[in-house]
Design a protein around this ligand. Structure first.
Ligand SMILES: Nc1ncnc2c1ncn2[C@@H]1O[C@H](COP(=O)(O)OP(=O)(O)O)[C@@H](O)[C@H]1O
Ligand SMILES: [Mg+2]
Length: 292
């Protein structure tokens, strides 16, 4: 079992932006979802873990070794798919994987080509192995990104917003791939899509304005809202009144009418009980953060 442990991590950029503060996380094998809106600090946190940024405070350990003292403690075991992965030179998928494998120190030519073939099959790009990566679709590029991250058999995979920009069928195929990988390794997935976390992650944290505002198992977080959500269709003109009076956890248009869900310990007159979902957990956590 692998373990990633983050304690009291903080990061302030040179221009004074405090991107992360007081981050505490413990992550073991399987998929962990880091959910948060744009600007929450997801990419910053991932760059600290992979060693591209030096945190200003706190520590990160992988399998018991602090990575500040010993960067190799994680580097050797790491696969990383950055948010802005965009190496699309005029070389074939096979050639590029071969090049990256050499950089990662896979020096035995036979073992290297075996591993590359295996990975090309795994990410379903074997047929396209002799095509230039430049010509790949969005989904193919992301699957190629996973293949390069998997070179060298990592124990921890960091994937930063991998499904942004994929169409629904590409996204589904990509998610099946991540799910398959996560059996024996840590896969840390960042996303702004509640649905990706719901579909894939037995453990999660919500990041907002550089802080962890909620963490746990999705099912447990949802259960905490049982019996405390109430919905009704209301006229648009009443919205402000309900926003002042209650904690709003969702507002949607239904057939052109406004449907709101509020959080309250006891029933609200005119409202009916609402079954909680992970969306409610997310929006309640974000709402609390903005009102902090
Ligand atoms: N290189 C940088 N220099 C200064 N501020 C940055 C830099 N990169 C990101 N930020 C800021 O840090 C915050 C978190 O950004 P980021 O980690 O990219 O969030 P996310 O990945 O969740 O969208 C934002 O306010 C962003 O503007
Ligand atoms: Mg990002």
């Amino acid at each position: 079992m692998n373990s990633l442990s983050i304690e009291q991590l903080g990061l302030t950029y040179r221009n004074g932006v405090q991107a992360l503060s007081g981050i505490d996380l413990k992550i073991s094998n399987g998929m962990f979802g880091l959910l948060g809106p744009n600007g929450a600090g997801k990419s910053s946190l991932m760059k600290c873990i992979v060693g591209l940024l030096q945190p200003s405070q706190g520590s990160i350990s992988f399998n018991g070794s602090p990575i500040k003292q010993d960067p190799d403690a994680i580097r050797k075991y790491l696969g990383y798919l950055p948010q802005d992965f965009s190496v699309y030179p005029r070389v074939t998928a096979y050639q590029l994987l071969n090049h990256i494998a050499c950089l990662k120190g896979l020096s035995d030519a036979r073992a290297r080509s075996q591993q590359i073939d295996l990975l090309l099959h795994k990410v379903n790009l074997f047929e396209a192995r002799n095509k230039e990566v430049l010509t790949f679709s969005g989904g193919m590029r992301q699957r190629f990104g996973v293949a390069q991250a998997l070179l060298g058999s990592p124990k921890i995979m960091i994937v930063d917003e991998p499904t942004a920009g994929l169409d629904p069928s590409e996204r589904s195929r990509f998610n099946f791939l991540l799910n398959e990988i996560s059996k024996d390794v840590i896969v840390l997935l960042s996303t702004h899509l509640v649905e990706d976390v719901r579909n894939l992650c037995p453990a999660m944290a919500i990041l907002a304005s550089g802080r962890i505002v909620k963490q746990g198992r999705p099912a447990d977080l949802i259960r905490q809202l049982d019996g405390k959500l109430w919905s009704a269709r209301i006229p648009l003109s009443d919205l402000q009144r309900y926003e002042d009076q209650f904690q709003l956890v969702s507002k949607d248009l239904r057939e052109g009418e406004l449907q709101v869900t509020v959080y309250a310990e006891s029933p609200v007159a005119g409202f009916t009980a609402q079954k909680p979902t992970l969306d409610h957990v997310y929006f309640k956590a974000l709402d609390q953060e903005t009102k902090r």
